[in-house]
Design a protein around this ligand. Structure first.
Ligand code: ATP
Length: 308
């Protein structure tokens, strides 16, 4: 079973308008409402891959009920802790040229609900792969680091993938329970504290920086594929040029592909190809956290993995 945590789930609303004018009234051409958040995207992709996935998280109020209903509509197994307040709404306004985003921060998670979450998690005892993805909500009497570390210690898991803010990752990487991270280029630079000028520099950092010692790192490079450190070997994934529609959520889909590859005991190069194919397939589709199995099968043959 793959367990995915989404601590700060949202209702994601996308308004498509012709042109955004500050101070004016806008009537959207289309409105899309979805359950969102990085962890939810990961779980959605795993669900489409027909993997045995369980989504856990906090939800609150009527927005929380809507999130749950949306997930039940797509038969995604979920177990949420219901907290006080309202789950957040994240709005994206798209005028064809630009995307303007308004992101709420979500409710405060009281200590009592944090304890309830841990209690629920401990009762599960074991999972094979665990994913923690997305921002941490505002917590009563706990830092994001403490919260994530407690989660990682509350269930036995063979492989933990953590995809959270670079500022949180920096400290989390000191823990043996973090096995894999998936930063993009910006997050990677933030993590190491300086801007890499070229790929060779990134390779050098991945090879020598003690921060990444004994960690698997999927450093994704958007349309340029990825640099991967897996089992202390380095790989470069070269991806084909495809017709891209919407790359938002490609990183989350890549995380889902990694989790799927680990769960299904894929050899390293196959796992890398599969994870890349999930990211590209998401970028080839309009919806966030949506992949196509036939696209993935076609893409796998076109992705080249080079050991470096
Ligand atoms: P997000 O935060 O939107 O989920 P990210 O910034 O974490 O994404 P990216 O590096 O943009 O992640 O993309 C992850 C993977 O998805 C890439 O390694 C690649 O395989 C695929 N991908 C993303 N953008 C493109 C693109 N424009 N063309 C082809 N593949 C892409």
């Amino acid at each position: 079973m793959i367990l995915v945590h989404s601590f700060n789930s949202s209702i994601d609303i996308t308004y498509q308008i012709d042109h955004l004018n500050i101070g004016q009234v806008h009537r959207p051409n289309t409105v899309i409402k979805n359950a969102g958040g990085k962890g939810i995207n990961v779980a959605k992709v795993l669900n489409q891959l027909k993997e045995n996935v369980l989504l856990m998280g906090y939800i609150a109020g009527n927005n929380g009920k809507t999130i749950k209903t949306k997930l039940e509509d797509i038969t995604l197994s979920n177990e949420f802790i219901e907290t006080d307040g309202e789950s957040r709404i994240c709005i994206a306004i798209n005028d064809g040229l630009h995307q303007t985003e308004i992101l709420e921060s979500g409710p405060l998670i009281k200590k009592v609900y944090q304890k309830e979450y841990i209690h629920k998690l401990k009762r599960k005892q074991h999972c094979n792969v665990q994913v923690i993805s997305g921002s941490t909500p505002i917590l009563e009497d706990a830092t994001p680091l403490e919260h994530t570390h407690t989660i990682l210690n509350s269930i036995e898991s063979n492989y933990n993938i953590v995809d959270v803010r670079a500022s949180e990752l920096q400290q989390l990487l000191q823990y043996d329970e973090v096995h894999c991270i998936k930063p993009n280029e910006t997050e990677f630079d933030e993590l190491i504290g300086f801007t890499c000028e070229h790929l060779e520099q990134r390779i050098d950092v991945l090879k020598h920086d003690p921060l990444f010692q004994n960690k698997d790192v999927f450093l994704t490079l958007g349309g340029n594929g990825a640099l991967i450190k897996r089992n202390n070997h380095l790989y470069r994934a070269h991806i084909p040029n495809m017709q891209i529609v919407n790359p938002v959520g490609s990183g989350d889909s890549t995380v889902a592909g990694i989790a799927y590859g680990i769960e299904n005991l894929f050899a390293d190069e196959m796992m890398i190809k599969f994870a890349m194919a999930c990211g590209i397939s998401n970028a080839m589709n309009e919806q966030t956290g949506y992949i196509s199995l036939s696209q993935i099968n076609e893409l796998i043959d076109k992705i080249k993995v080079e050991k470096i």
